[in-house]
Ligand binder design. Structure first.
Ligand code: PTJ
Length: 251
């Protein structure tokens, strides 16, 4: 992590580290123009949540991991923020799940795609991670979306049955749900369109979710997918946590 000099004992260390990762990614041309705004919104919701994994988020994470492990064609979709914040962790998770990752960015340019691919390939090499990285040569479209943001690969996103889309845009999330996929959303904002559209929504910070998934991936989490799961209830629990916290009832 090059010139990052913050002391790990600093109370805001994790937050500073994530900001630094985004600054570095910005210099390398990996990010969308609105990446910092998206991150700031995430930070604000993380404050409200208490910068911790809520029990409802843990339940959703276990459910998501179970869906990924029992999928026929799972795929992890990556955008600029995800690669910048957690490129290594997302590759490690994909290796554990034995599935590909696909770079699928909303604001698509050849320059950004190259910068993101280059960054991930460098991590793969340095960490000896064996994972297929898709997305460089799209050969399919996500139905119902217009423009370059619809581009994807047939062997990755198009044919996937379970797809994880951290920090996703609402339209694309909706289009993936309409394709009949199990769509796992990671979003700190329980009110976002993606959070409400997703099949399984994890209201938690990306790097915490990935750390949990990596840690639990060896566990026996393969729940029956017919077992009851209520995503609306998961979202309501996250909102109730915020409401109780700020009404002072948890003091
Ligand atoms: O790389 P691209 O072109 O695909 O663009 C990526 C961004 C993130 C810029 C783009 O998808 C975008 O504009 O996203 P939105 O619509 O701002 O939504 C991002 C959501 O992610 C917001 O609801 C944030 O609260 C949430 N979020 C931001 N950072 C984190 C987060 N959720 C979990 N962990 C985070 N670190």
């Amino acid at each position: 992590m090059d010139d990052f000099a913050a002391d790990p004992s600093h109370p805001r260390y994790q937050s500073l580290l994530l900001r630094h990762r985004l600054e570095e990614a910005e210099k390398k041309g990996m990010l969308a123009g609105s990446a910092m705004i998206a991150h700031g919104r995430g930070e604000a919701f993380d404050y409200l949540i208490g910068e911790t994994t809520l029990p409802s988020a843990k339940a959703a994470t276990v459910r998501a991991l179970s869906a990924l492990k029992s999928a026929q064609h799972p795929v992890l979709s990556l955008n600029g923020n995800v690669v910048a914040l957690a490129g290594k962790e997302v590759l490690l998770l994909a290796e554990k799940l034995d599935c590909p990752v696909e770079i699928n960015i909303f604001y698509r340019t050849p320059e950004r795609m190259n910068a993101l691919l280059h960054h991930l390939e460098a991590i793969k090499l340095a960490e000896h991670i064996d994972v297929e990285i898709l997305g460089a040569e799209p050969n399919a479209k996500i139905p119902g979306l217009k423009g370059p943001r619809a581009n994807c690969t047939k062997e990755g996103i198009l044919d996937s049955d379970v797809i994880m889309v951290p920090l996703e845009d609402g339209d694309r999330c909706e289009a993936l749900v309409n394709m009949g996929k199990t769509v796992i959303v990671i979003d700190l904002n329980p009110l976002s369109r993606s959070a409400r559209m997703g099949t399984i929504t994890i209201v938690d910070e990306l790097t915490r979710v990935l750390a949990n998934m990596i840690q639990w991936s060896g566990d026996d989490v393969e729940l029956s997918q017919s077992e009851a799961y209520d995503n609306d209830a998961i979202l309501a629990q996250a909102l109730a946590h915020i409401a109780v916290k700020f009404s002072g009832q948890d003091n």
